[in-house]
Design a protein around this ligand. Structure first.
Ligand code: NAD
Length: 507
């Protein structure tokens, strides 16, 4: 039996016309048949909804629906598809307030953060709306009597699997380029945070996509997620999540075989040189690690500080970090809400304890804030660890929480070596007023995104993805369209009396 709390039920009723958690498949809601799963309010630690894992039958119905709807979608003109995508953006804007509240309650992200989310989601569909009629091929001047041209055709049905930290953002980030390129989608959210993305499935259909083009599944990874990868209709696996699960999914996809796009974790270096504007760098360092309570794939979790300014940076950073308002996510004054779930909170605390046992010094944080001591919520104070050395686990492994590790360096070469001393390569940044140094660092740090005197800005127009263990493929910008299409080469004989022989013709 599905149970749900009052406010969430009201929001779901307003946004979905339903008040229970089920998968959205082919324009309707389908209950799962698997184990019971529960949704917990990160701000209180209490369960606010239960539902059943979707399971393979629901996945099969979604894949069939996506296959049929994809044919209908691809039969429309490119301009028609663009107009529908633009309308999806309008629908998201029209439902902005309840959507951002639902995201806030179900993930624990502060309303000051989720409040701006629907606008960014709408931009994603609007940007790709403009691409629908600009996916063009080439005419290639082959040395024969043929006209040779290319077409970029959809994959067909794509399986997309996303994590719990920013479900609405990652859902739209993946769905928009997929349908722009003419595909059908079966999308599975994290079993911990499926609600807001169910709304996106509904709004896509309200805007006019064929019924079943965007199916949103509520279920767990090893059961429902795996069934999505294995389904015969699935032609591409798009995964956003941990490196460990990403490897397993890519291996499974390779058995078919089919392609995969992997957006994985990071251990990004935020580098402060002595010539930087230190006050700005300190603000940037806080935003880099503490936004979204550190639960961000691009979090600047390693702060590399030149020794000459180390003490000044630490003094300012520690004082400022201790002042950041931590509190209930629905309070507009809150800047850091709770960690999303109990398991993640325990992992964060264990990693901080291990770091201090290994010799790191706790400059601030390292526990639940005193003011929230009686709360059942998963709160953790913004934490700064100094004296971290490159061999410590805290400097090497993703924490995915509000924990900053500070390391020091003397020279530019040393900064580059430290920044690249990780198998990950998602993002990085440098703070300096030396323009030559800024460009040298942008070239030498191995990462898919790099900022100069800034941190964390990303936009749908610009390609985003990882180097190394942070994954492969790009999820935004024009480059995402390459992942979601396959190229066909068409040869048309134009000679009056062509010679048709055996073997490959010289072309
Ligand atoms: P996770 O890997 O545990 O789960 C992510 C998703 O994969 C969930 O939907 C889960 O149900 C599913 N899943 C897990 N095992 C599966 C399996 N065997 N088969 C199919 N599906 C499976 O990650 P998480 O804990 O939810 O999220 C945190 C991670 O996500 C962090 O490492 C973070 O850096 C990463 N992340 C990356 C990006 C990016 O764009 N690079 C963005 C956000 C988060």
């Amino acid at each position: 039996m599905t149970a749900i709390s009052n406010r969430v039920a009201e929001l779901l009723q307003e946004l979905l016309g339903a008040s229970s958690v089920q998968s959205y498949v082919a324009g309707g809601f389908l209950p799962g048949t698997g184990d019971e799963l529960s949704l917990t309010d990160p701000a209180t630690g209490s369960v606010f909804a239960t539902y059943r894992d979707a399971g393979a039958d629901v996945v099969a119905q979604a894949a069939d629906a996506a296959e049929a709807a994809q044919r209908e979608w691809w039969a429309k003109t490119a301009s028609e598809r663009g107009r529908v995508m633009f309308e999806i953006g309008r629908q998201i804007r029209a439902h902005a307030a309840p959507l951002s509240e639902l995201e806030c309650i179900s993930t624990g992200r502060p309303i000051c953060d989720t409040g701006g989310e629907p606008g960014r989601m709408a931009e994603m569909f609007e940007y790709y709306a403009g691409w629908c009629d600009k996916i063009t091929g080439d005419v290639i001047p082959v040395p024969s009597t043929h006209l040779n041209y290319t077409r970029h055709e959809p994959i067909g049905v794509v399986a997309q699997i996303t994590p719990w930290n920013a479900p609405l953002f990652t859902c739209c980030w993946q769905v928009a380029p997929a349908i722009c390129a003419g595909n059908g989608v079966v999308l599975k959210l994290s079993e911990l945070t499926p609600l807001s993305s169910l709304v996106i499935g509904v709004l896509c259909e309200k805007a006019g996509v064929p019924r079943g083009l965007v199916n949103v599944i509520a279920g767990a990874g090893p059961t429902t997620g795996q069934a999505m990868i294995d389904h015969p209709a699935t032609g591409l696996a798009v995964f956003v999540g941990s490196a460990q699960a990403g490897s397993a999914i890519a291996a499974r996809a390779a058995l078919k075989p089919m392609g995969a796009v992997l957006e994985l974790g990071g251990k990004s270096a935020n580098i402060v040189f002595g010539d930087a504007d230190i006050d700005r760098a300190v603000i940037g360092a806080q935003a880099a690690i503490f936004a979204s309570c550190g639960q961000s794939c691009v979090a600047g979790s390693r702060l590399l500080v030149q020794r000459s300014v180390h003490d000044e940076v630490i003094e300012k950073l520690t004082a400022a970090s201790a002042r950041i308002p931590v509190g209930m996510p629905t309070d507009p004054a809150t800047q850091i809400g709770p960690v999303n779930n109990a398991a993640q909170l325990s992992k964060i605390d264990a990693m901080v304890r291990a770091a201090t046992s290994a010799g790191a010094y706790l400059a601030t944080g390292g526990a639940k804030p005193d003011a929230l001591a009686d709360s059942g919520g998963y709160f953790y104070a913004p934490t700064v660890l100094t004296g971290v050395t490159p061999d410590m686990a805290i400097a090497r492994e993703e924490v995915f929480g509000p924990v900053l590790s500070v390391l020091t360096f003397e020279t530019e070469d040393e900064a580059v070596a430290l920044a690249n001393d990780t198998p990950y390569g998602l993002a990085g940044a440098v703070w300096t007023q030396d323009v030559g140094r800024a460009h040298r660092m942008a070239e030498k740090v191995r990462a898919g995104t790099f900022w100069v005197n800034s941190y964390k800005t990303i936009n749908v127009m610009s390609p985003f993805g990882g180097f190394g263990r942070s994954g492969y493929g790009r999820s935004s910008g024009r480059e995402a369209l390459a992942a979601y299409t396959q190229t066909k080469s068409v040869w048309v004989e134009t000679a009056e009396n062509p010679v048709i022989g055996f073997g490959y013709a010289p072309g």
